[in-house]
Design a protein around this ligand. Sequence first.
Ligand code: AMP
Length: 138
Amino acid sequence: MSDTIFGKILSGAIPCHKVYEDEQVFAFLDISPLSTGHTLVIPKEPAQTLDALSDESAAALGRVLPRICRAVIAVTGVREYNVLENNGAGAHQAVAHVHFHIIPKPSHGEGLGIGWPARALDQKAGAELAAKLRTALR
Ligand code: AMP
């Protein structure tokens, strides 16, 4: 169990509004929602960031995330949404236990606001970078 607020939720030490649970995954309502239906989906495995998660937990999360998204859509009636997963304090991660946010994006403006400072990809640098990543993934 992670020594975080989400570890305490998993152990039952603090309450939450539970949405889903199986052997490897738990989901509950965010306590400070950006929009109605804002749900957090977490692995029971106490990994701090996504890169530290086992393949088994990752697969379990991947299996149920779309299902939980469908439930959020069905219950809120809001078809558009963002799935957000922050890794590290500098990337806005406040709780050091992997969590996926499902955040409905209603047409009236609630939900996630995103800054997207895009640049052009340099083709030569892109080819080199992709080659390095392919090697790292072997
Ligand atoms: P992040 O910035 O990605 O780490 O997001 C952490 C999220 O956890 C925030 O949206 C908080 O509102 C939420 N949160 C913190 N404590 C609780 C809690 N006790 N129950 C439900 N959600 C929580």
